[in-house]
Design a protein around this ligand. Sequence first.
Ligand code: URA
Ligand code: SF4
Length: 219
Amino acid sequence: MTMAARTAADFVPDTADLDELAAAVQGCKGCDLYLDATQAVFGAGSGSAQMVLVGEQPGDQEDKTGAPFVGPAGRLLDKALEAAGIDRDRLYVTNAVKHFKFTLPERGKRRIHKTPSRTEVVACRPWLIQELTALHPDVVVLMGATAAQSLLGTAFRLTAHRGEALRLPGDDESVQLRFDPRVAVTVHPSSVLRGPPSERDKAFDALVRDLRFAAGLLP
Ligand code: URA
Ligand code: SF4
């Protein structure tokens, strides 16, 4: 007998009620990331959002406050949305992985973000699928390689597909939705902050352009 891989699937209630989902995610043990994080960080925003943004995983401040994109990456994202003329209050913002993965440097130092593994991304995907199913948005924006690869597969290279209207793969049962959103990809907002200062304006403008493109896909 082969054991099914451990995932969040056993913890995701069959409901389209986002509040119920947000409560249930706090009990998830679909992978080991719940062990060290403060809490799960579910998506947040408008329950009637036509556009959903997906990041990677909560960071240090998100882990402490319980809300997505409230730290440095969130502030950068807010600026980019404003520049693109998109009202964050009308969006729903979430992450591919709901618990913060980090390493602890010496005492007193800030916890360092660690990229989630493929296993963790796949384990957490049922939450993302359930969120998208509940929201059935017209447009999904995948920000960064983790979000893009969660829904588009490991072979997907986002830099080759910026500014394209994509669809979710219809042949992968694990990412099948009962609706067919337009999908756009862009870099993760924190990559703009990490880049060399001389490149930042260009990287920021490209992020704004991608967000504007995604908003243009709205019906
Ligand atoms: N980075 C992300 O991908 N998501 C957050 O919520 C915060 C930082
Ligand atoms: Fe569950 Fe996702 Fe947290 Fe892992 S990261 S325990 S799958 S909610």
